[in-house]
Each structure stands twice: as C-alpha cells, then as structure tokens.
Design a protein around this ligand. Structure first.
Ligand SMILES: *Cc1c(COP(=O)(O)O)cnc(C)c1O
Length: 476
C-alpha cells in the first residue's frame, strides 16, 4: 500500500533524488529544530523520503530501521493506509471548522468520547491542541485558572524536575528542566520551580532503588515546605522521563509523590506525551506507577504522528471547576479539535486497540526487548541497560564497573554518544543519544524478530564505536 501511495505522489520506490541539491536547498532555507546549522551545513542533512512499517528510506536508497518511531510517535508504524484514508475522507468532507463559537465537529467529539473511554477512571473531559508543548501550556493555564476559581489565586507555583522535557514553547520550556534551553532565554518564567530528577544512576549511590525512590519523592515535600504549601499549585512530571534519557523511576517514587500531593492538596499533572498510547505497555503510563493525576497531557502517539494533535485530559475536581463553576475559560487554539487530525487519531486508536498492540507490548514484545537489551549490558562499552515496555536505554562507559549502575563515564565533551549515534545511522539503525545514554523507543508494531534484528545491529555498531574510541585513545 505504501508503495501505491508513493507512486500516486510521483515518489516511486525507485525514484531518484539529487541528494546534494536537496541538502544545499535545505541548508539555504530550512531552519531545523534543536540544530547547529553551521555544523549541519558542513555535513549535509540526511533526506528521508519514504517509510513503511518500521523502516525509513533516505534519498540515497539506504534502508534504515527506525528505533525511535520518528520522534517517539509512530506507534502504529508507517504506511497505514486506513489512517491516510480516514484523513483524506475527512479532508474532503470538512477539512476545517473551529470549535469556538458554539460549534463542534464530529471527529472531535467522537475522539473526546473515545479518549474518555481509554483514559483512567475519572477522566471524562478533554481539551485539544496541536502539540505536546501546547498541551502543557494548556495544563498550566488550567492549573492557574482552577486555583482562581477555588479562591486560592496565591497558589501559582508549579514544581517540576531537572532534566524533564515538557516542550519548547515558553511555558513548555519553563516547565521542562533542560538547562540548555533555559539559558537561551529568560526562563523559567516566574512561579516554576525545579527539584532534582529521580535518576538512580546519578543520585542513588549507596542505597537501594526503593530507598532512593522515597528520598527523591521527599525532595518534593521539602520544596513544598520551603516555598510555602499554600503557594504551591501543582506538580508536573513524565511517568518515565523520555527525552531526558528514558529515566525509569524506582517503583516507590510515584506512590510517595502522590501521597505528598494529596497531603498538601496540590494538583498532579502527568505529562503522557511519550508514555501514553502504549509505549510503556499500558494505555497511559500513570496506570503502572500508582499515580492518580488530575490532568494528563498527551500528543505524539495519539495520531502515531500522522497528523499533529495533542491535548489535555481533565479529571475530577478540575473538570468540575472548569465545566460547572468557571464560566468562560479564555484559552484555545484555531486548530483545537481539528477535524482531520481527530479523524486520523480515531483511526490510529482503532488500530492500536483492534490489533491488541498495547497488550502485545505488555506481554510479548516489551519483555523480549528487555531480555535483548539486557544482553547488550555484557558489551565492554555498556555500563548498564534497562527498559520498560517499548522504551530502552543503555549508557556508554569508558570502563565497566562491578555494581549495576557503576562504570566510569567518558568525559562529556568527547561526545561519545553522538559518535555512536553516527555509527548507528551509517549502518541503518536509528538510536538517539542523550549525552552518552543511547535510547530507543520503537514502533509498537515491531515484532520479536525485528527486535532481534535491531539489537544485532546495535551490537555491531557498539563494536564499531568501541574500535573508534579505542583508536582515538579515549579508553584509558
Ligand atoms: C515531545 C514532548 C513534548 C512536546 O511535544 P511537541 O509536540 O514537540 O510540542 C512534551 N512533553 C513530552 C514528555 C514530550 O516528549
């Protein structure tokens, strides 16, 4: 099917591209996200021209196994004719209408109802955006508005974590804990406070994971007491930090966070932009971690990336305040509830459910990925490897240590992670580098055999990276 579609668009599988010319045009005009453009110009961007299943093809005809699902989003895999058809049908019927002035559209209301079914109990309402960043902006607006309606407008502070990723708009980047983003603007904006992340490898030396989870959660209570409990509005966190490097918190962490939120009456926002829609082997990540959030932000996997769509699911007391008490909530986007994006989402969610992909991750492919990744931990360059559902990480080390999380890191400035990523890309597999932590988040359609294929390629590329760093004299 992908092939037929490609031919219709004049891009047959054997179409020829002038890669050099495309790269020149690209660097002359196209500003990329999170990119050093001078460096990109020197190297030339890789031109991705088509995709099917779990594979991408570049303009030179190289086939690449996509271990990152595009950017954590192509959960249903590439080349899904039925999503294309659902979007095309909707475009032909009603390409756009707004939901501002007492109007609605069928895909948006159907999707809202479907999400209420899929979400944890208590989530009956949803606000739509076009991205995860806008979803978190919306969550922040809702948190502030909620406390106004509750006659506690002094509750404005939102607590987040260092190395969290909540998007790239001003509010998203402020809620996020990425120092490299903050230093390039006046961020974070006022009333956003960051505590340390629950990263056992970095901060858990000398204790058990369970002990560390409780300690890391208590950093929240300490911050609440320092800032003043009557000034704190909400805590926001990804159940598992994605862009921060697939940081899987100890099992004791979220239940303790939940207890602390309950104790001080503060709202909990779960950023499920990555964790939602099956990546961790459940429809939402919070279900696995003992979280009872008031708000859930989502995006990415809701459409498998076929169309831009995000939103916020709203539960209980916040929904009641916004819907029954608050009157106008002066917030919204032109594309809130975009009919074509919602139609694509509905079909994508049908695929995830009908093909049992979320259960398959929980029962079959997730455990298989865990075993396969664990085998990589024996590699001389790997300190340790871990995974949850279809998300996995390993850290590259100069010298292995005896204890689980030990191992001597490379100097950060050497950029060994980026070097490794380049070997991967050159050899047809995409892994992302977060510092020297190498991560994958494959499409949920990836089979066990394809996981083996991916992990074998990763192993070969780790060998190549090892040779490379040894040759540069970086090992000792
Ligand atoms: C990607 C991401 C976002 C931002 O989503 P955009 O669609 O890029 O704006 C927010 N939160 C998390 C956890 C993400 O992974």
């Amino acid at each position: 099917m992908a092939k037929d579609m490609a031919i219709e668009n004049g891009l047959s599988a054997d179409a020829k591209f002038d890669t050099r010319a495309l790269q020149q045009l690209d660097s002359a005009h196209y500003l990329h996200p999170f990119t050093d453009h001078a460096a990109l110009r020197a190297r030339g961007a890789r031109v991705i021209v088509r995709a099917d299943g779990i594979y991408l093809w570049d303009s030179d005809g190289q086939r690449i196994l996509d271990g990152m699902s595009g950017l954590w989003c192509v959960n249903a895999g590439y080349g899904r004719a039925s999503i294309v058809e659902a979007a095309a049908r909707q475009m032909a019927t009603l390409p756009f209408y707004n939901s501002f002035f007492n109007t609605t559209n069928v895909p948006a209301l159907q999707l809202a109802a479907r999400l209420a079914e899929l979400a944890p109990p208590g989530f009956e309402h949803v606000f739509f955006t076009s991205s995860g960043s806008e979803a978190n902006d919306t969550a922040l607006r809702m948190v502030w508005r909620y406390w106004q309606i509750m006659d506690q407008p002094q509750r404005r502070i939102v607590i987040s974590r260092r190395n969290a990723y909540h998007g790239s708009t001003v509010a998203g980047a402020s809620l996020g804990g990425m120092a490299a983003m903050h230093v390039q603007g006046s961020m974070p904006i006022p009333d956003i406070h960051h505590i340390e992340q629950p990263n056992f490898a970095d901060h858990g030396r000398g204790m058990s994971e369970a002990q560390f989870g409780l300690l890391a959660a208590d950093w929240l209570e300490q911050a609440i007491l320092d800032l003043g409990p009557d000034r704190v509005a909400a805590f926001i966190g990804e159940p598992v930090q994605g862009a921060g490097g697939v940081i899987i918190p100890p099992r004791t962490y979220w239940p303790q966070i939940q207890r602390i939120c309950d104790k001080y009456g503060i709202l909990l926002v779960a950023d499920e932009v990555i964790c939602g829609f099956g990546q961790l082997g459940s429809w939402f990540g919070c279900e696995q971690f003992g979280m009872r959030p008031d708000l859930i932000s989502f995006a990415k996997g809701v459409t498998s990336g076929y169309m831009p769509l995000g939103g916020v699911l709203v539960a209980g007391r916040v929904a009641h305040a916004l819907v029954e008490q608050g009157g106008d909530f002066n917030h919204g986007f032109t594309y809130s509830g975009h009919p074509v994006a919602c139609a694509a989402a509905l079909e994508n969610l049908r695929i995830l459910a009908d093909e049992g992909l979320v259960e398959r991750v929980a029962q079959e492919t997730g455990p298989h990925l865990k075993t396969a990744f664990a085998s990589l931990a024996a590699h001389p360059l790997v300190g340790h490897a871990e995974s949850i559902g279809m998300a996995a990480a390993l850290n590259l080390v100069r010298r292995k240590g005896a204890a689980l999380h030990d191992g001597e890191p490379f100097a950060r400035a050497l950029g060994v992670g980026m070097l490794c990523r380049q070997h991967m890309f050159d050899n047809g597999v995409i892994m992302r580098a977060v510092g020297d932590r190498m991560i994958v988040a494959p499409p949920l359609v990836m089979t066990c055999a394809q996981i083996d294929e991916m992990v074998e390629r990763i192993r070969i590329c780790l060998d190549l990276t090892l040779e490379d760093v040894a040759g540069r004299g970086w090992l000792f």
